[in-house]
Write a protein that binds this ligand. Structure first.
Ligand SMILES: *Cc1c(COP(=O)(O)O)cnc(C)c1O
Length: 362
């Protein structure tokens, strides 16, 4: 046996790395990025700011100013703390590390965000995935039964859910929180694209934290995620946060971007408007089911056996989306499309109409 195989944990050897496809020159509609950039004046002011940063110094370890700014922008009350991560992925990892007692379990509905399971594996926790119903709602009975049996330390509920895009029944969510002896993290990565807001759960339950990210509102390149909740929880997580995990460029750039928060929110508003148009246009393709979305992406089901073919055909036309077929039994024939600018969406629809049409002619 090679030394590598002997030394590395078996569950790591069994993993394949998170796949990030090469997208050079492509129209990227695969990763829920905001398609808009900043006006030239804003870019210049930002560049000036960066020029003066003392890169020879460590960044502010507590990122106090940034945390205060985020609390204000997001309307988080002073009772609650906020902890920052290098993307919310890092926060999921902090939570898992903090709870990785022998035999500890993470539970999440499926299909869901793949990092919950991957990070459970990285950190040596058990993972339990509970299937959603066929219309992607929570299977409350199955969830409660799984909680009873596996007594998870940590439950992730993404609202809206990725990759399905929908919200779940609020009563079911609260019943899960009440039934859980563990911590329930409501992952609001797509909070900017929905009116739903779960911050008020913090007032009523001491086993809830709310996680957010700036990735989906136009700052994906900066890698900044946050988790909001009672100091009692966040103080413990803060102990295992690596010092200086939020670098100086990210701190300064995000603080700068918060001055343009209204602009980011206007872009978001435009994406919400265009989401409706995109969904209507997708629904006109014959044999396509479009699922309700409260996020900046749309899940569709193609006619039987067409998802991979449409994905490849789009790629040949320079458009990258996400093919979910084969990822989970409930996602058979499914594709996920990020909402782009009005003209990007039109380009996608034109290409898809062409592909779907030539498919039926053959
Ligand atoms: C995108 C996403 C995240 C992670 O975002 P970061 O870029 O790591 O902040 C977390 N949860 C869900 C459900 C997501 O879709």
């Amino acid at each position: 046996m090679s030394r590598v195989k002997k030394l590395i944990r078996q569950e790591i050897l069994d993993l394949s790395a998170y796949p990030v496809p090469d997208a050079s020159g492509m129209l990227k509609l695969d990763a829920m990025e905001n398609p808009y950039s900043w006006p030239a004046v804003a870019k210049e002011a930002w560049a000036d700011l960066l020029t003066d940063l003392p890169l020879n110094r460590y960044p502010d370890a507590s990122a106090q100013q940034l945390r205060d700014g985020l609390k204000e922008s997001m309307g988080v009350s002073d009772e609650y703390d906020i902890l920052l991560g290098n993307g919310s992925d890092e926060i999921i990892q902090l939570l898992a590390m903090a709870m990785a007692k022998p035999g500890a379990t993470i539970l999440a509905p499926e299909p869901g965000f793949v990092m919950y399971k991957m990070i459970a594996t990285f950190c040596g926790l058990n993972y339990v995935g509970v299937p959603l119903t066929s219309d992607f709602q929570l299977d409350e009975k199955a969830m409660l039964a799984a909680i009873e049996t596996s007594q998870p330390e940590l439950i992730f509920l993404a609202q809206p859910n990725n990759p399905t895009g929908n919200l779940w029944d609020q009563a079911a969510i609260e019943n899960i929180i009440k039934a859980s002896e563990g911590l329930v993290v409501v992952d609001e990565a797509y909070t900017a694209f929905t009116d739903a807001d779960h911050l008020e759960l913090l007032d009523r339950y001491d086993n809830v934290l709310v996680m957010r990210t700036l990735s989906k509102v136009g700052l994906a390149g900066l890698r900044l995620g946050l988790i909001i909740g009672r100091a009692e929880w966040l103080n413990e997580l803060d102990k295992i946060r690596l010092p200086y995990n939020i670098n100086m460029l990210t701190q300064a750039s995000t603080l700068f971007a918060l001055e343009y928060y209204d602009m980011l929110m206007m872009q978001t508003e435009q994406l919400r408007v265009d989401r409706v148009v995109l969904m209507e246009d997708l629904a006109k393709l014959s044999g396509v089911t479009v699922y309700p979305s409260e996020a900046n992406f749309v899940l569709i089901r193609t006619p039987d056996g067409m998802a991979r073919n449409w994905f490849e055909e789009l790629k040949e036309r320079g458009i990258l989306i996400k093919c979910l077929d084969g990822g989970h039994p409930l996602l058979e024939n499914c594709l996920r499309i990020t909402v782009g600018t009005t003209s990007q969406n039109e380009r996608l629809i034109a290409a898809l109409s062409d592909i779907a049409h030539s498919g039926t002619v053959q």
